[in-house]
Design a protein around this ligand. Structure first.
Ligand code: WTA
Length: 676
């Protein structure tokens, strides 16, 4: 075991290790209509047919020019897919559907307030709105191919419209989760060097109209301090023509989109013919250091991968009503609310609010009223809905043919409730394992071909060839019943291209660990390190156990422990901070924050609150710790390293193990008494 492991906690160490479960089979009704029923797909996507197999996904799209090279590995491990190809994502998600499906709903927008009207935006309407806004971005904001623009938008149609308008121009969008703070938006503005920030005045959450515009002011000011000037803030209005924020507009910097748009009514913008490998967007995510990293996703490869997986795993057909209840501010929403479903011409639901507003039946009412038949959400939401309304789904008359779970391990008991009560035993369930970095699914069952197994994500996707390595880089064989670090042997088109502006970190973090030869241009030498621990059963199904690094998955939202710790250190009284994940019945994991104070300061409930508030302010409310423990000292190794493993064991009421080699073993009991 390396020094790193002895001193740092991995989530896998405290992961729930449930056992293997029996198979569940999809209904004949589902199989009869499924997009993918031919088991030879695994053969078609075998390593022997790699990388050309991915032509099958790329052929789901319309290309201006076909590619000459399927996979270019000359700049390993920055893979380039479909090189020579020219494509536009906005065209593929909108224009190409117009001849046949102009009047079909592209987006059903469900406002959080039930008394507000549901909007059904047709492909034609989407086309008009995207074109007009693209014209504004080009002619008023001066944005062009390759520029980055930061979006800080909630779940309203303006978000996909903005993304697709950017894509039309070849502008790289970087959407920051709406619930994140102005400060978090600022960090991303600075890193991506955005001159334009696109926001909205307000939106509904839990029945309250939140002032969102105030975050833009904070973001612009904080970015300026870091040397990045935002010269235009474009503000959408939650109610067009009406101002929903008390925060004033800044003259010469802030503009209401709806005022400006009038000049562009009727405008049409020719989609840019983008090289397949041109970046489509950045999605910032947490990693092992404090600084979030911008995962750079390509246009052609990404779109091909999300279209293919939406078709084969999500089983989207043109007549389906598809609802992914994630936030577009996360990768799930980018891939499986916007780009995948719209590339296939589906009707995709965008719901503004929280799943339980105003009551535990809301989600099922929406499903019933819109005739949703494909439903997609995260274990955290499933657990929460099960807790507050275990019988609610039975009261509503909807029928799901297919359901997805994503983002965290789902325990078999929760899976079974999802299957039996939410899905009424009629829906095929897929447990999809993947990451911001991977663009689309890595492991999942193909719903009509492979049976479901509660608690297991399933085999590698067609064309994705996972491998589990032990600490020494030896492969752990299938069925060995031993956990290890799950990697992917081969590149795939949906994989991110690099970390924006930090190739060195990209290589180090994802490829260095198991790279067979750093000079090699052969993809076989570059297994991709996912950062998760996993076990592979004899049937080739993977059970994901959790992160091996300093990432905590809170309600399916990814937070870096270092990120939380550095936010705590902003409080002047705090000397040291350590964050550990604690198992939680609903949220999967929640952070516990341990801090020690600088000399001369005293612990108090007020101070604990001040520290907790600092995390919410710096990052967002989802970063609030379960508890702030102010300790007199941290358990440390003799070299002065904080023993997070010990703190984690205490928080999780587990065994702290042998602490005799610590520099200050006596502190362990003291902290334990305090916590218990
Ligand atoms: C975890 C979300 C178990 C995993 C799409 C991964 C999962 C991290 C699953 C990525 C799943 C995601 N079962 N764990 N089905 N899906 N994870 O980047 O630890 O927000 O590394 O992407 O979530 O989180 P991210």
């Amino acid at each position: 075991m390396s020094e790193k492991e002895k001193t740092e906690t991995s989530e896998a160490e405290i992961a729930v290790h449930w056992g293997e479960e029996a198979y569940y089979y999809p209904s004949l009704e589902f199989v009869a209509q499924a997009n993918c029923t031919d088991p030879s797909i695994y053969e078609r996507f075998s390593l022997d047919n790699f990388p050309n197999c991915y032509k099958e996904y790329a052929d789901l799209l319309d290309w201006y020019e076909y590619w000459h090279t399927t996979l270019d590995t000359s700049d390993a491990p920055c893979w380039k897919w479909f090189v020579g190809g020219k494509i536009n994502a906005s065209y593929n998600c909108i224009d190409r559907h117009l001849p046949k499906n102009r009047n079909k709903t592209a987006i059903h927008f469900v406002p959080e307030l039930e008394e507000d009207k549901v909007e059904h935006i047709t492909y034609q309407e989407l086309y008009v709105r995207v074109n007009e806004f693209a014209a504004l971005l080009r002619d008023f904001a001066g944005l062009k191919r390759g520029d980055r623009v930061t979006l800080h938008l909630p779940m309203t149609p303006e978000l996909p419209i903005t993304m697709l308008a950017c894509a039309r121009l070849g502008v790289i969008h970087s959407q920051v989760f709406g619930g994140f703070s102005g400060k978090a938006a600022a960090d991303r503005v600075v890193d991506s060097r955005s001159h334009v920030l696109i926001t909205i005045d307000g939106y509904f959450r839990g029945g309250h109209l939140l002032d969102h515009k105030e975050k833009a002011d904070i973001a612009v000011e904080a970015a300026a301090k870091e040397g990045q000037t935002v010269d235009k803030v474009l503000v959408w209005q939650r109610y067009p023509g009406k101002n929903s924020t008390p925060t004033p507009m800044v003259d010469g910097r802030d503009y209401f989109v709806n005022d400006l748009l009038k000049k562009y009514y009727g405008a049409r913008v020719e989609p840019e013919k983008m090289p397949a490998e041109a970046p489509l967007f950045l999605m910032y995510t947490s990693g092992t250091t404090g600084k979030p990293k911008g995962c750079q996703h390509s246009t052609g490869g990404y779109l091909a991968y999300v279209a293919g997986t939406s078709k084969f795993v999500q089983d989207i057909h043109p007549e389906d009503v598809y609802w992914c209840m994630a936030d577009i501010g996360w990768i799930t929403g980018h891939s499986y609310i916007v780009y995948g479903p719209l590339a296939l011409g589906a009707s995709s639901v965008v719901y503004e609010g929280i799943p339980n507003y105003p009551d535990a039946g809301r989600a099922w009412r929406i499903a019933q009223d819109l005739n949703v038949n494909i439903f997609h959400t995260a274990p955290t939401t499933i657990r929460a809905l099960r807790k507050i309304g275990p019988d609610e789904p039975r009261k509503y008359n909807y029928k799901f043919k297919h359901m997805t779970t994503v983002g965290e391990p789902i325990e078999p008991a929760v899976w079974k409730w999802y299957y039996e009560v939410v899905g009424k035993k009629q829906a095929a369930v897929v447990d999809t394992w993947w990451q911001t970095e991977t663009g689309g699914f890595l492991c999942s069952t193909l719903p009509a071909i492979k049976p479901m197994k509660p608690g297991s994500a399933g085999p590698g996707m067609p064309g994705i060839h996972p491998v589990i390595y032990d600490e020494d880089g030896k492969e752990i064989p299938t069925g060995a019943n031993k956990a290890g670090n799950i990697c992917i042997r081969n590149p795939w088109p949906g994989g991110f291209q690099t970390i924006w502006g930090d190739r060195e970190r990209f290589v180090r973090q994802y490829y260095e660990r198991y790279c067979k030869n750093p000079k090699s241009k052969d993809w076989r030498d570059w297994p991709y390190l996912t950062g998760d621990a996993a076990m592979e059963a004899a049937d080739g199904y993977f059970r994901i156990l959790g992160r091996i690094d300093d990432v905590i998955n809170v309600s399916g939202h990814r937070l870096g422990t270092k990120e939380l710790e550095s936010a705590a250190l902003v409080v002047p009284e705090v000397a040291e901070a350590a964050v550990v994940p604690v198992s939680d019945e609903i949220k999967g994991k929640v952070p516990d924050l341990y801090v020690s104070l600088k000399p001369g300061f005293q612990a108090s409930p007020e101070l604990a609150k001040k520290i907790s508030d600092a995390l919410a302010r710096e990052i967002g409310p989802i970063a609030k710790p379960r508890k702030v423990w102010i300790v007199t000292d941290m358990p440390k190794t003799r070299s002065g390293k904080i023993m997070r493993r010990v703190l984690s064991a205490i928080s999780n009421k587990g065994d702290v193990g042998d602490v005799s080699t610590l520099a200050n073993p006596e502190i362990v009991d003291q902290i334990r008494k305090m916590v218990l």
